[in-house]
Design a binder for this molecule. Structure first.
Ligand code: URA
Length: 248
């Protein structure tokens, strides 16, 4: 693949912009198996193997990824929307190339997989792989999501039973069920659900007579939010972690 196409595929701009970056000496390569340090390349048509390639653009090191799979520890007061109404968009926490990766010729960048409310924190997945996004979001896959709930009042055994048996939310006659509910202490409990309805956890907790004060997502499928991923931080998922999303 020509180096300008490599950069284009990773979101560094049009092919013309990418060629310019290379020709003006802003790009260094760390090719797979190379033992020396980074090598400056000013030939935009230089043929390079993208798999395993690392490269430096204007001082920032990148690894080539055919598609992007990311996790973020979403902070509060950011919105999971490209066009936020009140708070900054979660996408502003990502470097520009991740927001400009081309998909089928269109500059779409990565998308959040589902949404968290502006005040909800924790594990958020993002990708530019439409089929992955669809699979993870599909209610048919029954992927579990666990939220640490900080409620206003201690969770009573009756409230816990009702959450596990299923509660009816006002717009839907079919009850929504928590597949697990583990009390940590008093008003703090971990609630697991498989659907992703609007404000679902807050509405479920309200329906049993309690109230969510704070909500933090800690798990999607078999993937847990790592303790060392700081609030507002993000990182690439490796293949094992991508597979873990579909494990229980
Ligand atoms: N349930 C909610 O109520 N809010 C979220 O952000 C996620 C799940």
């Amino acid at each position: 693949m020509q180096l300008q196409d490599v950069l284009y595929s990773q979101g560094f701009g049009t092919r013309r912009v990418c060629a310019g970056l290379i020709q003006q000496g802003h790009v260094q390569l760390l090719e797979k198996g190379a033992t020396d340090g980074p090598a400056l390349c000013t030939d935009s048509t230089y043929d390079v193997e993208p798999e395993g390639l690392r490269f430096i653009v204007q001082g920032v090191e990148w690894a080539w990824h055919r598609q992007a799979y990311l996790m973020m520890n979403k902070p509060a007061a950011v919105e999971c929307s490209q066009k936020p109404s009140t708070y900054p968009s979660v996408y502003t926490l990502l470097p520009a190339p991740l927001r400009a990766r081309p998909t089928a010729g269109k500059i779409l960048g990565v998308q959040t997989i589902g949404r968290l409310d502006q005040d909800t924190t924790g594990l958020l997945l993002l990708s530019d792989d439409g089929s992955f996004i669809h699979k993870v979001s599909s209610p048919k896959k029954h992927i579990e999501k666990t939220y640490r709930v900080y409620a206003k009042y201690d969770l009573t055994p009756q409230q816990k039973d009702r959450l596990l048996q299923g509660v009816v939310l006002n717009d839907d006659p079919k009850p929504v069920v928590a597949t697990d509910c583990v009390v940590q202490e008093g008003p703090v409990f971990d609630l697991t659900v498989t659907e992703g309805k609007y404000h679902q956890v807050k509405r479920m907790v309200a329906a049993v007579g309690n109230r969510v004060e704070q909500l933090h997502r800690i798990r999607i499928g078999g993937l847990h939010l790592p303790e060392d991923l700081e609030s507002g931080g993000w990182r690439w998922l490796d293949e094992r972690e991508i597979a873990m999303v579909f494990q229980g």
